[in-house]
Design a protein around this ligand. Structure first.
Ligand code: IMP
Length: 413
């Protein structure tokens, strides 16, 4: 049986901290979608690691880490991440033979297309995620298992480059030197082949173990249900975690949704509760809201109940974690979006297009001194009222409240 941790907003909710908190309870930790566009920093034995592709189970020396079939793997990044650990984490790492590979040309295409889009750019992380998934769907992608036969893979890639020659030229993307490419693929094979396996079968064979599916990106970036086209190219929601691992819906035990006490977004696209004034700046500063993967300043704004309810329903959340409550310390008033106005009409659901949506806010009294609090009853009264209000509005139990970056700065209710 598996539990799932999933982001309820536009990413960077602090999933890593909750995974870190609960990871010791799991035998197997699984990444099921996305690639090295994800990122979180973890501290282990006093050393800092930036994890982009490796599941967070690497923090637990006993856990098996699985990179599932739904992930797009940039082997160069994976090899680099593995090498940063002092201990041999490869012993406990399995990579799906069905996971698609990101090659350098995917990254070059991602960047070239963003440039051509100009002011309509999506604001991607430039990691080749979209082009790799596009090849997968077009059935011309290459999978990790294909590293087993480099000659065959080289033939396939030569044909691929030939078919795409004009497109590459149009984008100004170079076709790689084939000898160089062969050397690179050989290197990936030498480094990773012993870890590449049928992970779906492995998970089925170990179905009685405790498994954690670790979501990447978040619900509102989902390719189907997010704010298209300003989304990532995978299904980030609970059902995507199942497709991306091969587990059946019946194996999903508990879904934990993660949201910040406010909202942030990196990249372009609609964001109804964005605050472009002093409050947004203050949230960015107090919350250190700059991307782990790209360093970009994050757009900041208020908690959006409509979006959270939508995300909770899409994922079937059993419980919710509210992160970074302490970042709202020191505000006289805090706002919560409880509805949307669209063409002068108020709605309480998340529409398919957010372009003309205006947030309907209620204002609550602010607080000071929530930082580092570990018991709900010890929170400042207005902070407690804030959490209780959110809980009532989103209709899901808020089990965790995070009051600081430290693992211990967490309230469990
Ligand atoms: P891509 O996933 O690089 O194609 O980027 C598509 C959109 O998803 C952009 O707006 C990115 O900023 C956003 N995105 C991708 N990964 C993350 C993440 O891990 N956290 C937050 N936003 C992300």
């Amino acid at each position: 049986m598996a539990d799932l941790i999933v982001g309820l907003q536009w990413g960077d909710e602090g999933k890593g901290k909750i995974v870190d908190l609960v990871a010791k309870n799991y035998d197997i930790v699984i990444r099921s979608q996305g690639g090295h566009n994800a990122g979180h920093t973890v501290v282990l034995d006093g050393k800092k690691y930036a994890l982009h592709l490796l599941p967070s189970g690497v923090l637990n020396p006993n856990a098996i880490n699985v990179i599932g079939n739904g992930v797009v793997v940039y082997p160069k990044q994976l090899i680099k991440e593995i090498s940063e650990f002092d201990r041999d984490i490869k012993e406990k790492l399995l990579i799906s033979d069905k996971a698609h590979m990101i090659l350098d040309h995917h990254i070059a295409i991602d960047k070239a297309r963003e440039k051509l889009r100009g002011k309509n750019a999506i604001g991607t992380t430039g990691r080749g995620i979209g082009p790799a998934y596009a090849d997968k769907i077009a059935r011309v992608g290459v999978r990790m298992g294909e590293l087993g036969n480099i000659e065959k893979l080289m033939d396939k890639l030569a044909h691929y480059y030939e078919m795409n020659r004009e497109y590459f030229e149009y984008l100004g993307v170079k076709v790689p030197d084939m000898d160089f490419l062969r050397d690179e693929l050989e290197y990936y094979k030498n480094e990773l082949m012993e870890n590449i396996t049928n992970t779906t079968q492995y998970l089925w064979d170990n179905i009685d173990k405790n498994m954690l599916l670790e979501g990447a990106q978040a619900t509102l970036l989902d390719i189907d249900h997010g704010t298209y086209p300003f989304v990532t190219s995978s299904n980030t929601i609970a059902s995507g975690a199942l497709t991306g691992s091969g587990l059946s819906p019946k194996e999903l035990k508990k879904v934990i949704g993660i949201a910040k006490a406010y909202t942030t977004r990196v990249g372009n696209g609609p964001f109804p509760t964005e605050d472009l004034g002093e409050d947004g700046d203050k949230i960015r500063k107090q919350g250190h809201e700059f991307g782990t993967t790209t360093g970009r300043p994050r757009r900041c704004g208020w908690f959006d109940v409509v979006a959270a309810k939508y995300a909770i329903t899409l994922n079937g959340c059993d419980e919710v974690a509210i992160m970074k409550l302490d970042v709202l310390d020191g505000f006289d008033k805090v706002k919560v979006c409880v509805g949307y106005e669209i063409n002068s009409e108020e709605i309480d659901y998340f529409p398919s297009e957010l372009d003309d949506v205006k947030p309907v806010y209620i204002e609550m009294d602010g607080w000071n001194g929530s930082e580092g609090v570990t018991e709900f009853d010890k929170l400042p009264l207005n902070a407690k009222k804030y959490i209780e209000f959110l809980e009532e509005k989103i209709g899901c139990h808020i089990k965790y409240v995070s009051t600081g970056p430290d693992r211990n700065s967490t309230i469990i209710r």
